[in-house]
Design a protein around this ligand. Structure first.
Ligand code: NAP
Length: 437
């Protein structure tokens, strides 16, 4: 029987699904011990710090993660930072294989004038801020303005738009970070604009997210019906309309046709609008957009512009991976061939491998495929090294699965009196205290 030791760096969905694929491949002849290493004191990655708090169902996948984590041979090492507490070279030396599952956490830049003004943020800062990520509690979020602009026509822009446009009491029974909830209750934002540079037929939203919008109880959602009908015509002129595009356009039409209720809060979709400049004296005051048109299936500028006055701009235009020393990157992801980091015993899964695309479930098939290659490449096991001893010898205190379960239970108990799924601890100190490490 061969017993291999695998390190997985990053405790998000891609990392857990990689561990699950290894666990499922075990047989009488093949056994795995898996050490999962995570920089934060808590696991679950985007399921904890990315998924919108008003989408609790998506977070139920954490039950799968906990099942994987409590399977024999799995060890969790949270609060351990790669490059600081342990190097990649050490891991490569200690383990038969190292799986990089560190995601893409840096927001892409618009690269337009005014992007650095106060009041202009990336969703890569705003989302972890409202989700209680310890590194983002200090993000300056000024909601003291009536209008906010979201740039990007994807699901992250949509999540952020809902968080800004919902009646804050709707967020009370969620696990939104307390500091964010307090700020959202005081928010003066009443109009949220979502702006996509291409047409409705090119939007990256998925239709279940669009179909939720007419059901919002305290927010009117506006989409120009003529724009959607024109997009439908253009899409149909190109032959058979892809299923997802058809479904999106139908969902957008349903939004356009929904009777508005004169709510104090509203959301407006703008398509064919390229952000050109963010203007303001000492903070964001307005965004100027170039108006585009679709000609021969190409999006081109008309040369005309329009402006939205606002005090907050959030760009949600995709992410790139934060570089880890000793790994090569291209196009914002780890350089790899089908997940193999060629010439090493390293593999990469999730957004760090393929870029920021797909839903949580996409990582299951993706990680499984990469783990099949990893298993094919294994030869004979290395002598066993003990990560716990290694870290302890350096005085590093890690959070194990048992410690995490204490944090988890304490958060759930703290949320219970308020009807919340949990009340998240935010600071490193609070988390360490709750872990009783
Ligand atoms: P995304 O789906 O790739 O959307 C990015 C958007 O930004 C696109 O509309 C893109 O337009 C636009 N964009 C890119 N560069 C731009 C620029 N320079 N100026 C203006 N617009 C620009 O990315 P995302 O919203 O960050 O989502 C990432 C992934 O997570 C997606 O797969 C998404 O479905 C998933 N996600 C899922 C959920 C959910 O299931 N509920 C929630 C959140 C995220 P072009 O198309 O023109 O490039």
């Amino acid at each position: 029987m061969k017993h291999f030791h695998i390190a997985i760096v990053g405790a998000g969905p891609a990392g857990y699904f990689a561990a699950q694929a290894l666990q499922n491949s075990q047989s009488e002849d093949l056994k795995f011990s898996i050490d999962m290493i995570e920089k934060l004191p808590t696991p679950w990655g985007l399921v904890r710090s990315g998924v919108a708090p008003d989408h609790p169902k998506i977070k139920t996948v954490s039950k799968v993660f906990e099942k994987i984590a409590t399977t024999e041979g799995f060890n969790l090492f949270c609060n351990v930072e790669l490059g600081k507490d342990i190097s990649l070279a050490e891991l490569q030396e200690m383990y038969d294989a190292v799986v990089i599952a560190t995601g893409s956490s840096r927001g892409k830049k618009l690269g337009i004038p005014g992007e650095e003004l106060p009041g202009s943020l990336s969703a890569a800062e705003f989302v972890p801020w409202y989700n209680a990520h310890p590194d983002y509690t200090g993000v300056e979020v000024d909601l003291n303005c009536e209008e906010a602009v979201l740039i990007g026509a994807g699901n992250v822009a949509m999540d952020v738009a809902r968080m800004l446009a919902l009646e804050p009491h709707e967020l009370d029974p969620t696990d939104t970070a307390e500091h964010a909830l307090e700020n959202l209750h005081k928010s003066e934002v009443r109009k949220v604009h979502i702006c996509g540079r291409r047409g409705p037929e090119h939007a990256a939203f998925t239709s279940p997210e669009l179909r939720e919008l007419p059901k919002l109880e305290h927010t009117d959602v506006h989409i120009d019906e003529h724009q959607i009908l024109a997009a439908k015509k253009r899409a149909e002129s190109q032959g058979e309309v892809p299923k997802d595009v058809k479904s999106n356009l139908e969902a957008m039409l349903a939004i356009a046709e929904t009777v508005k209720k004169n709510h104090a809060r509203s959301m407006y979709f703008h398509f064919l609008a390229t952000p050109l400049e963010i203007k303001g004296n000492s903070k964001v005051e307005e965004v100027t957009f170039g108006i585009n048109q679709v000609k021969d299936n190409k999006v081109i500028a008309t040369g005309e512009t329009f402006t939205i006055k606002c005090g907050l701009v959030i760009s949600a235009i995709g992410y790139e991976a934060v570089e880890i020393n000793d790994l090569d990157y291209e196009n914002g992801r780890v350089k790899n061939t089908d997940g193999r980091v060629i010439g090493t015993n390293m593999y990469v899964v999730g957004w760090a491998k393929r870029g920021p695309s797909g839903v949580i479930g996409t990582n299951k098939s993706d990680s499984t495929e990469v783990m099949q290659l990893l298993i094919q490449d294994l030869t004979s096991p290395k002598p066993v090294n003990n990560l716990e001893t290694n870290l302890a010898s350096k005085g590093i205190v890690h959070i194990s699965q048992e410690h995490w379960e204490r944090i988890n239970a304490a958060e759930v108990a703290a949320g219970e009196p308020f009807g919340k799924p949990r009340k998240k601890f935010v600071s490193q100190q609070e988390l360490l205290r709750a872990s009783q490490v």
